[in-house]
Design a protein around this ligand. Structure first.
Ligand SMILES: [Zn+2]
Length: 88
């Protein structure tokens, strides 16, 4: 699948999502995230799940995301965690 070729980008996108939902994300990072979301189905799903979780509970945590639908994506994140180089 295409998205497996850019797991670091996906991890960065996920890290930006909570601020994106809060509306505190910088315009630069918001553009990066929206550009990624436009081409990445798994991250769209993740963002939708995160929004639903926040709507239901009023807060968000790493354990609040429903893991079932995201198993493949989470597995990629776990595999690449620590190897991510953050470009600023
Ligand atoms: Zn992605």
């Amino acid at each position: 699948m295409m998205w497996r070729q850019h797991p670091v980008v996906c991890q960065e996108a996920v890290e930006l999502m909570s601020d994106y939902i809060d509306g505190t994300l910088s315009s630069k990072n918001r553009r990066r995230l929206e550009k990624h979301l436009a081409v990445c189905g798994p991250c769209q799903t993740y963002l939708a799940q995160m929004r639903l979780t926040i709507a239901a509970s009023g807060s968000i945590g790493p354990d609040d995301i429903e893991p079932t639908a995201l198993a493949d994506l989470v597995d990629v994140f776990r595999h690449y965690r620590g190897d991510a180089s953050h470009e600023e």
